[in-house]
Design a binder for this molecule. Structure first.
Ligand code: TRP
Length: 471
């Protein structure tokens, strides 16, 4: 058994509900509202959504529970946690990989969050709702976004503002602020999304978008004498991106959930928390897709508009809505807040690492790390303007950061933590995780079995298939 006692001074969540809110706040963010709709648009729509949901169930849920269980048991940061549970082994390197991924992820996440904050001000000045709700208006909104994102001073400034806010919150400590803010935030965000969904579905021409988003196109593939129905046009690249996004959206694979789990009391429930976080996160993503993609089609935009899709589409939607001016402000404020509750969870991983393993004080760690991440993010902030010509594999710097971290770092981190639970920690994991959990259902055994078999195998198979270039 694990010997280390939770250190006296370790801060814990104010309540269990507070933990669920903070963890849900980490999961729900730009991944749901900005990224999910645009990658779904780029990778074929409904089939991509189906693959994404499968990844959430067979990979996301077990990995989420694994991170929470390791964090709760060890009461340590991602590197220290493995040292406590399996001293003298190399497992702590898994935590180190996560800490590195944290720098990369937050560096470009902050750039998008900066765009959202800039749009709060644009909404207040009416600049967002000036467009007409038709193809011409949407094209103008797209042009407006592109020239905004290309301005080096503005992108870097807003990136700085977002990093400063996250740094300040983490400087003050996990509990103060995070829990309280999330309580009001989520319900209002869901309400606004629902209004947007209804409005978007009512736009003439939206039906094509609904079909694209929800009805997979099926074709048959001949395997020897058999004709097997399969998704038309689904590629391994798309599957890898769906997998990567399941990790990204649930905040998995780099120790964020592990770190939040480490602030849980030892007897706090895990299985119910896992399910709640995953369901809330998935519902918000699905709603965001349903708010955006039908509107994209109704406005005559292309679904593969890339990282700017949200900013191309919604201004014209708001412009056409009664009360759109107010909704636009509210929407961008809420998305900015959702980005903050996610951004801080990434920053907290790196901060907890320097505090726990390097003996830094929180008040030193937060500003130093915040500053480093700000600097790493500058090329991403310049990627849509000054540094547009810089390309690797045809992608700009921002896209490279996003592609590598979401689709390789996180799945690899998740694969390793599943292997750790399944094989490194083994049956003791069930006992450790069972405390306060399960509600009479054999969750523990199913979970351990998944961590041993299909979860790591599925992740490995997808990465290998993509790297080997099978379709
Ligand atoms: N899940 C968040 C979102 O969807 C982003 C995020 C927060 C994240 N913490 C993370 C992604 C840790 C990966 C790992 O916007």
């Amino acid at each position: 058994m694990v010997k280390a006692k939770p250190r006296r001074l370790r801060e814990h969540w104010g309540s269990r509900f507070g933990f669920i809110l903070a963890a849900t706040g980490s999961a729900i963010g730009l991944g749901n509202i900005w990224k999910f709709p645009y990658i779904t648009g780029e990778h074929g729509g409904a089939a991509f959504v189906v693959v994404y949901l499968i990844c959430i169930i067979i990979i996301g849920l077990p990995v989420m529970m694994a991170e929470l269980a390791v964090g709760r048991t060890a009461q340590r940061n991602p590197v220290g946690a493995y040292k406590v549970i399996r001293p003298g082994t190399g497992w702590f390197l898994v935590g180190g990989l996560g800490v590195l991924a944290g720098f990369v992820i937050l560096s470009y996440y902050s750039v998008v969050a900066g765009w959202v904050m800039a749009y709060v001000f644009k909404a207040i000045t009416g600049a967002v709702t000036r467009f007409t709700a038709d193809a011409g208006g949407a094209a103008a909104a797209k042009g407006h976004f592109e020239s905004f994102a290309a301005r080096p001073g503005l992108s870097v400034l807003w990136h700085f503002v977002f990093m400063a806010i996250c740094t300040f919150i983490i400087f003050r400590g996990v509990r103060s602020g995070i829990e309280a803010a999330s309580k009001i935030l989520m319900p209002v965000l869901i309400a606004i999304l629902l209004v947007l969904v209804v409005w978007s579905l009512a736009l003439p021409g939206s039906a094509a978008g609904v079909r694209f988003y929800l009805v997979p196109k099926i074709t048959t593939v001949d395997v020897g004498p058999l004709s097997i129905p399969f998704f038309q046009g689904l590629t391994w690249s798309a599957v890898l991106i769906a997998l990567g996004h399941a990790f990204f959206s649930l905040s998995l694979g780099m120790g964020a959930m592990l770190t939040y789990g480490s602030y849980l009391e030892r007897n706090a429930d895990l299985s119910f928390s896992t399910a709640t976080i995953a369901v809330a996160d998935t519902v918000i993503a699905l709603l965001a897709g349903l708010a955006l993609l039908p509107a994209v089609f109704a406005m005559g935009l292309a679904p593969d508009g890339g990282p700017g899709l949200l900013f191309h589409t919604l201004p014209a939607v708001f412009a056409s809505m009664p009360g759109g001016f107010v909704f636009a402000i509210l929407f961008f404020v809420l998305v900015a807040l959702a980005a903050i509750t996610s951004g801080i969870s990434v920053l907290e991983v790196v901060t907890a690492f320097t505090i726990g393993e390097m003996g830094w004080r929180r008040r030193v760690a937060a500003p130093v790390i915040g500053a480093i991440i700000f600097v790493i993010g500058i090329p991403s902030a310049l990627s849509f303007g000054a540094m547009d010509k810089f390309r690797l594999f045809g992608l700009n710097f921002f896209d490279v950061m996003d592609y590598l971290s979401a689709n390789f770092f996180l799945p690899l981190g998740g694969l390793l933590i599943a292997l750790f639970v399944g094989w490194g920690w083994g049956p003791k994991a069930i006992k450790a995780a069972a405390e306060g959990s399960y509600h009479g259902f054999p969750t523990g055994r199913i979970w351990l079995w998944m961590c041993r078999t299909i979860t790591p195998l599925a992740v490995a198979a997808i990465i290998v298939a993509k790297v080997a270039g099978v379709g």
